[in-house]
Design a protein around this ligand. Structure first.
Ligand SMILES: [Zn+2]
Length: 306
């Protein structure tokens, strides 16, 4: 009789959530449609801003790429894509569309509406004619030639890279119920609970993975104004109440350089599969503490007000 790998070690090692990797043509098309449409629309304000306020261009490509990646991920989510690598590729393609559309409208704005060029080779010709003279100046410095080409290449890398990272990151953060073929949207948040001390911070993940939840269940409720605390999130399917997943976050609240409240969250454990018994025990803990329902999974980081 063959032993199950889990039985060999004696303990019952628990697993973390992983996407099944499944996706269909419709999901790919929805991701691309969302990303490309966002790229085409946002390219207009993006390009005009590039012509008139060049200084902004050390930040704006990240915002543009991020928005394109975000909507790409939303489209892929709508199309039930459970594969972060596929969504990463979709993000790169959507970022390339953003780069292309950015050039079309930039040339239109830069030429004072004289040139509307759609052919990518013709766009390259226009770039070649602009590069020796330069396109903009900053504090008396006008990048030309190789320097300007380098900056243009950097912009392309930022657009496609940001789009890809945001899209894949968002997809990776979601949980799908294969049984009901739907995303698990509801998160139950439990806490704030006492902060983990250093030794617990180091060992908690392996304890939980071995099925020992006692340390977690022993954490006491603390004041919502605590500077550091532990938060628990339980994620599961609304329809079948089948598999549940546990995320434990170590949270610290401080001030950023502008003196604004800044919340830092570190995942101690990320979406560990738990049984119904543990879920119910943790939920009982929530009845004894304060509970707040969070917005659906996939809300961009920083989008929720702390
Ligand atoms: Zn389900």
């Amino acid at each position: 009789m063959a032993l199950e790998p889990e039985a060999i070690g004696g303990g019952s090692a628990r697993s973390h959530y992983r996407h099944s990797g499944e996706f269909g043509v419709s999901g790919v098309l929805m991701g691309l449609a969302g990303g490309a449409a966002t790229a085409a629309i946002l390219a207009i304000p993006y390009s005009y801003a590039a012509v008139y306020i060049p200084i902004a261009f050390f930040i704006v490509p990240f915002v543009f790429g991020g928005a394109v990646g975000y909507v790409t991920a939303l489209g892929a989510k709508h199309g039930k894509v459970r594969n972060a690598a596929v969504v990463l590729l979709l993000g790169i393609v959507a970022g390339a569309v953003a780069e292309y559309a950015g050039w079309v409208f930039w040339i239109l704005a830069f030429s004072r509406h004289e040139l509307f060029v759609l052919n990518p080779l013709a766009i390259l010709d226009v770039m070649q004619s602009i590069a020796p003279k330069g396109a903009w100046s900053l504090r008396g410095f006008t990048p030309t030639g190789a320097v300007l080409w380098g900056l243009w290449a950097l912009e392309a890398v930022v657009l496609m890279g940001t789009s890809a990272m945001v899209a894949a990151g968002m997809n990776r953060s979601l949980v799908f119920c294969e049984q009901c073929r739907k995303w698990c949207e509801r998160i139950k948040r439990i806490g704030p609970l006492a902060a983990l001390d250093r030794s617990l911070l180091r060992t908690l993940a392996s304890r939980l993975e071995k099925g020992d939840f006692s340390a977690l269940l022993a954490l006491k409720k603390v004041s919502p104004t605590s500077k550091s605390y532990t938060a628990i999130e339980i994620l599961g399917c609304d329809s079948c109440r089948g598999q549940s997943y546990l995320t434990v976050k170590s949270v610290t609240v401080g001030k950023d350089e502008d003196g604004d409240r800044e919340k830092n969250e570190t995942d101690v454990v990320d979406r560990l599969a738990i049984g119904a018994d543990v879920r119910d025990q943790l939920m009982a803990l929530s009845a004894a503490t304060s509970v707040a329902d969070l917005p659906p999974a996939g809300t961009p980081a920083g989008g929720r007000k702390g």
